[in-house]
Each structure stands twice: as structure tokens, then as C-alpha cells.
Design a protein around this ligand. Structure first.
Ligand code: NAP
Length: 282
């Protein structure tokens, strides 16, 4: 049974704009209930220019922290007093925790979530096995590149519409930059291809990428999870490629966030994926 909220209830949340669609409250509150923790996780919509003031107002309060989503991941990094190397390398933070001394600690658990998603849905995949092509050069792509390089990936290939941004990412983290028109070259002999663009969101046109150039065993992953099977994943499946979906990544990044807020790992045995799917397809 759900515990009543009391004066001692530990509060965490997710901050973004828009935020009402977020699945994070469903995941965290299901874990809280199953673990019997006196805590609550809420969604907070922040004014476009209000993120710095939001953080300033919350630091030194009893709030545990917040996950941060679009469009505030860079602002979250800027608002922090301490930055984990993972977040520094991604140049974006999806997790802020507040210390009693006023500290604002930034971390990025998206890369951990990505690797957890591969481990779960492509269990035979080894990040050391071959080059990984990442389409996109924003915060998601940076987090992915850092996570794969840290896991021993021999080469990251960054394919982006704006070549400058791909080159900047590769200069910071290592890797080879490709223009979107060179995707076919980047996909040849790739062990995995990851879509880390926001193309296709908000009714825009999905990218038409040359997945047929990938080897038969190439794992294809899309960070976007609405719909769960994106046109990109549908194309990969039609070609017989193994796939990993963005919902597994979302759940994978939520686990270490929960631990940071509530001091323990999420309890086993809660089917949060089923709960999230129900919310995605009511
Ligand atoms: P971001 O920093 O805004 O970067 C967006 C990227 O998409 C840029 O590389 C941009 O290219 C590219 N792009 C946008 N529209 C495009 C178009 N029409 N054609 C070609 N490229 C286009 O976003 P982000 O934070 O990295 O997030 C990227 C995606 O990953 C989003 O859909 C986000 O929701 C998703 N994501 C999911 C999870 C998860 O847990 N599943 C976690 C993190 C992110 P330019 O550089 O040329 O503008």
C-alpha cells in the first residue's frame, strides 16, 4: 500500500519543458512503493528562462535532487557546483543532487542507461567488438560516445547533419566525424548504429538512413522511444538486424538516478517497462 506523504517524505523529481508526458514519475514511484521508501517523485515544468533560478531556489533545501530533461541538460551542467567527469565529457547533465551544504552535484546517467539497454536487449553484444556509429552530435550522442569509448569500443564514428558539431565532439572525446551524406561509409563494418538525433520528433520527418550498408549482425538502437518501434527500428528489423529500444535506455538511466536520490538501488521484481508501455499506449 502507498505510504502517506509526511513531513519526512524525501522528494525528488524531473525538470523539463514540456514535462507532462514524462514516464520518469511512473518508474520512480513504482520502485518507491515496492521498496516501501518514504519518498515521492514529481514532474516539474520550468519556465524557458527559469532553470538557473529553479536550482538556486532548491539548493540548501531538503529536496534530494532532480533528473533533468530537454531543454535544460546544458543549463543543469552550468548550474552545478560539482560536475562528475561523465557529465563533463557529455557536456550535459541529466541528474542534479543537492547536498545539505548547498552543493549542487551534476552527473549524467544516460551513457550508463545506454550500455544497460544493450546488455539487456542485445546480450551477446560486446562494446569492444567493433566500431560504433552514432548519428547525432548533441548531448545524447556525446554521452553515448563517452560510454562506448570508456567500455573499450575501438572506434566511435559520429555522423551529423552539422559536420562542425560532429568534428567538435570527436576533437573532445576521440572518434571520426562524418557528414550525414557519408552515413553509408560510417555504417560499413559497424558493430552498432545508434540514432541520437531528435529528427522525427514533434511531427517532423524521420531520417532515412542507409541501414542496408550495415553488416547482418550490426545492433541498431534508437534513443527515441515514442513510438517504441520507430521507423528507424522498423527498417532495421525488416533487414533482420537485432534492435535495442529507447525505453530500455530510459529505464537504464533511471536506476542509478533512483539510487542517487533515495540511497538504494531500485527493488527487483517491479515490471516498470510494462507500466511505461501502458502509459505510452493507453
Ligand atoms: P540535442 O542535443 O538537441 O541534439 C539533437 C541532434 O539531432 C543534433 O545532432 C541535431 O543535428 C540532430 N537533428 C535534429 N533534427 C534533425 C534533422 N531534422 N535532421 C538531421 N539531424 C537532426 O538532443 P539530445 O539531448 O542529444 O537528444 C537526442 C535524442 O535522444 C532526443 O530525441 C532525445 O529525446 C533522445 N534521448 C533519449 C534518451 C533515453 O533515455 N531514451 C536519453 C537522452 C536522449 P544538428 O547538430 O545538425 O542540429
Amino acid at each position: 500500500m502507498r505510504r502517506p506523504i509526511s513531513g519526512a517524505t524525501r522528494v525528488a523529481g524531473v525538470a523539463g519543458r514540456p514535462i507532462a508526458h514524462s514516464l520518469s514519475p511512473i518508474l520512480h514511484n513504482a520502485w518507491l512503493a515496492a521498496a516501501g521508501i518514504d519518498g515521492v517523485y514529481v514532474a516539474l515544468q520550468i519556465a524557458q528562462d527559469g532553470f538557473a533560478a529553479f536550482v538556486e531556489g532548491l539548493r540548501s533545501t531538503s529536496m534530494a535532487g532532480v533528473n533533468v530533461t530537454l531543454p535544460f541538460k546544458e543549463a543543469a551542467l552550468a548550474a552545478a557546483t560539482e560536475v562528475h567527469p561523465r557529465a563533463r565529457r557529455a557536456q550535459a547533465a541529466n541528474l542534479l543532487t543537492f547536498g545539505p551544504d548547498g552543493a549542487v552535484r551534476a552527473d549524467n546517467t544516460d551513457g550508463l542507461g545506454l550500455l544497460a539497454a544493450f546488455a539487456e536487449q542485445a546480450p551477446g553484444f560486446d562494446p569492444k567488438a567493433g566500431p560504433v556509429a552514432i548519428v547525432g552530435a548533441g548531448g545524447g550522442a556525446r554521452g553515448a560516445a563517452a560510454a562506448f569509448l570508456d567500455a573499450g569500443c575501438p572506434e566511435v564514428r559520429v555522423v551529423n547533419r552539422t559536420l562542425d558539431r560532429a568534428q567538435a565532439l570527436c576533437a573532445d572525446l576521440g572518434g571520426r566525424a562524418f557528414d550525414l551524406r557519408e552515413a553509408e561509409t560510417a555504417f560499413q563494418d559497424a558493430a552498432a548504429v545508434i540514432n541520437a538525433t531528435s529528427a522525427g520528433l514533434a511531427g517532423g520527418e524521420a531520417l532515412d538512413l542507409p541501414l542496408a550498408a550495415t553488416p547482418g549482425a550490426c545492433v541498431v538502437m534508437d534513443m527515441v522511444y515514442k513510438p517504441l518501434v520507430t521507423p528507424f527500428l522498423a527498417q532495421a528489423r525488416a533487414l533482420g538486424r537485432p534492435t535495442v529500444d529507447g525505453l530500455a535506455m530510459l529505464i537504464g538511466q533511471a536506476r542509478p538516478s533512483f539510487e542517487a536520490f533515495f540511497g538504494q538501488a531500485p527493488p527487483a521484481g517491479v515490471d516498470v517497462r510494462a507500466l511505461a508501455l501502458k502509459a505510452l499506449n493507453p
